[in-house]
Design a binder for this molecule. Structure first.
Ligand code: PGA
Length: 255
């Protein structure tokens, strides 16, 4: 069953790259990205760059946003409407990244609202969950992540759950160079799949892609992706360089 899930490599550029750098990147990877039947390749850039990337994306590359507001329009200064993303040609959106949870007061409740919104506007949500170092050290990671998943998916139908992607990103591994071991990542990702099975049944949970994120690079992608439940990666730092990004995508094809 597991080998039926198409792997996903999603680059999260965070607040990096000016327009010229983004264009240079896209021109150098466009022709090299493998078929989306082998791997889904996504770049999540800052909002200002999205239109210029969408206009120049090759057939196999997809462009995503890093956040979305849960309302369509209104008095939400500084926020981005899901309609604007949809009409810009964006097809993915990261929801509930730990940097947004920690620095911009995102909660399980806003993550849930944004998940519903993304689905309504045909944006493939990449729902981020993950524990802090103190939770990892206390041995309660899987309980903590379980509650993040249950809260995120409240009111989401099985049909819609199938359209989502989960990214397990331990906070202590993000941008630190300290990757979870493949065993730690697989263990928590399996526990996430079990939660999804409780919510939606095995058939659905076996078809939802669950990614690992946190200091993924060209040296550790192979061992991570070799794990049966790890369906790809959400990648920050190592997605900024075209050669490194393409190497990650190529590694995922071999899954
Ligand atoms: P990193 O970031 O790969 O630089 O650790 C991952 C992320 O924040 O999604």
């Amino acid at each position: 069953m597991a080998n039926k899930r198409i792997p996903v490599i999603a680059g999260n550029w965070k607040m990096n790259k000016v327009r010229d750098e983004a264009l240079q990147f896209i021109y150098s990877v466009n022709q090299e990205v493998p078929s989306k039947e082998l791997v889904e390749t996504v770049i999540c850039a800052s909002d200002v760059l999205l239109r210029c990337l969408v206009k120049r994306q090759g057939d196999e590359l997809r462009i995503g946003a890093q956040n979305v507001h849960y309302e369509e329009f209104g008095a939400f200064t500084g926020e981005t409407s899901p309609r604007v993303l949809e009409t810009t040609g964006v097809t993915y959106v990261i929801i509930g990244h730990s940097e947004r949870r920690e620095m911009f007061n995102e909660t399980d409740e806003t993550v849930n609202k944004k998940l519903h919104t993304a689905l309504k506007y045909h944006l493939t949500p990449i729902v981020c969950v993950g524990e802090s170092l103190s939770i990892r050290e206390a041995g309660t990671t899987n309980d903590y992540v379980r509650s993040q998943v249950v809260n995120a998916y409240k009111g989401v139908s099985a049909k819609n759950a199938l359209l989502t992607i989960v990214a397990y990103e331990p906070i202590w591994a993000i941008g630190t160079g300290k990757t979870a071991t493949p065993e730690q990542a697989e263990d928590t990702i399996l526990s996430i799949r079990n939660v999804l099975a409780e919510l939606y049944g095995n058939d659905v949970s076996e078809r939802i892609r669950i990614l690992y994120g946190g200091s993924v690079n060209t040296s550790n992608i192979e061992v991570l992706i070799a794990k049966p439940n790890i369906d790809g990666a959400l990648v920050g730092g190592a997605s900024l360089d075209p050669a490194s990004f393409l190497a990650l995508v190529t590694a995922a094809v071999r899954k």
